[in-house]
Ligand binder design. Structure first.
Ligand SMILES: *Cc1c(COP(=O)(O)O)cnc(C)c1O
Length: 404
């Protein structure tokens, strides 16, 4: 939908976030149907559900999907299709949306990292696909900057490769050799590393080494979805179940046509490969596509304002409480969304942050948030419309209780 049409449609809707079930245009980003289910499986099994004031965390089940994504999943669950055809057709659409040559839906960004690396190593050689993670006949090293060498590189080592850590340009040039298979870049670590994204891509081209970027949680701003393809990264990996609010167990691998074809040889529906356990079925592949499409066509300015307004409601509820300090920031990279940090003088508000969070978790409704021993950290982008008021009231109530 074009931006103008989005705005036109918006004008016929009430402005508040309370328009249940029609929020796909408003881009509330989440399923907002509150209709009572025939069978409440959470209640039946005694599973705690909660308001997510934390953000997109795997342990907290990530995000909620758009009604239209859920509809897609429900509809596609009732018909058969071959996985290859679904991947072909969806891949072509995703590639077009994100200005890439080709794309596939993976079982999360982690799986995109594994399958993309596997594709680089094996190419379309079926024999090599069967040999992974044994690399006797393949290249075996991936170059990673020291500041980028976090836990996520474990995805790459699943293929059998060795991570070679470098820090300076000089070290990079020394480290390149005939065993260098790929150069990996972790977008959120970009500002901390010595070599920046553009230079990383140029170095890859200079040495004819494929480059991969992990931008799992970096789908805001929306232009990031094509920025790195246009910059020249050979492979780009994104999470489906974070900012994109798609299926939690889906992700996207996009990039060069030959590399995506090679990655698919390492993935289901084919077996006898290291990716066989990273299955995505048609429901998730199609759901991922619809989520991406909805995300891109969202009114991003309006969406940002909704997130900011929710943060303001929560901040305003607590900032005048004696001893309480609040700040609103936006992370420079990754999870770019307004973020509220609350801290307090323990002499005036006599409760630890850990106990505070535990109390909110135990409450009804239960509320989850992030933070350390000295602060609470709250985002509003994974909340359902109106939940900010509940969180605001609860925050104020608990802080005041601890103040008296
Ligand atoms: C979340 C994350 C991943 C893993 O993504 P999934 O979609 O959960 O598989 C990989 N890399 C980074 C930087 C992440 O933040």
């Amino acid at each position: 939908m074009k931006r103008r049409e989005v705005i036109k449609n918006l004008s016929i809707l009430p402005v508040s976030g309370a328009v249940l079930g029609t929020s796909s245009v408003l881009g509330a980003g989440i399923l907002s149907s509150y209709s009572a289910p025939k069978r409440d499986i959470f209640k039946e099994l005694g599973i705690r559900t909660f308001i997510n004031a934390a953000g997109t965390y795997t342990a907290l089940s990530g995000c909620l999907m758009h009604e239209e994504v859920v509809e897609t999943i429900r509809y596609s669950a009732k018909k058969y299709a071959t996985i290859d055809e679904v991947q072909d057709k969806v891949g072509a659409k995703i590639a077009e949306l994100c200005h890439a040559e080709s794309a596939m839906v993976t079982a999360g960004c982690w799986s995109a990292l594994v399958l993309g690396t596997a594709g680089v190593l094996t190419g379309t050689d079926q024999k090599k696909v069967a040999e992974l993670p044994h690399l006797e006949n393949m290249k075996s090293e991936v170059l990673v900057q020291k500041e980028h060498n976090h836990g996520y590189v474990h995805a790459l080592t699943n293929t059998g490769i060795k991570v070679v850590e470098i820090e300076t340009l000089e070290e990079f040039e020394k480290a390149v050799n005939e065993q260098t298979a790929m150069m990996w870049f972790l977008n959120y670590a970009g500002p901390n590393g010595m070599i920046k994204d553009k230079e990383w891509v140029e170095l890859g081209k200079k040495h004819n080494i494929p480059t991969m970027i992990d931008m799992a949680a970096d789908s805001t701003p929306v232009t990031n979805l094509w920025k790195f393809n246009e910059m020249g990264f050979d492979l780009v990996c994104v999470s489906g179940g974070k900012g994109l609010t798609g299926p939690q167990s889906a992700g996207i691998l996009m990039g060069k046509k030959d590399l995506i074809a090679a990655a698919r040889l390492n993935a289901p529906p084919r077996g006898g490969n290291i990716g066989r356990g990273m299955k995505v079925n048609k429901e998730e592949i199609l759901g991922m596509y619809v989520a991406l499409e909805k995300f891109i066509n969202r009114d991003h300015e309006k969406q940002w304002k909704i997130w900011e307004d929710r943060i303001a409601v929560m901040e305003n509820a607590v900032k005048t409480i004696n001893g309480v300090t609040t700040t609103v920031t936006v992370p420079p990279v990754a999870n770019i969304t307004p973020t509220l940090t609350i801290s307090w003088d323990i002499e005036k508000v006599k409760i630890s942050c850990n106990d505070f969070r535990a109390n909110l978790r135990k409450g009804d409704p239960s509320i989850e948030m992030m933070g350390g021993k000295d602060n609470l950290v709250i985002t509003s982008w994974m909340m359902r419309p109106g939940e900010e008021k509940i969180v605001a009231a609860k925050l104020a109530e608990e802080l005041k209780k601890a103040s008296s």
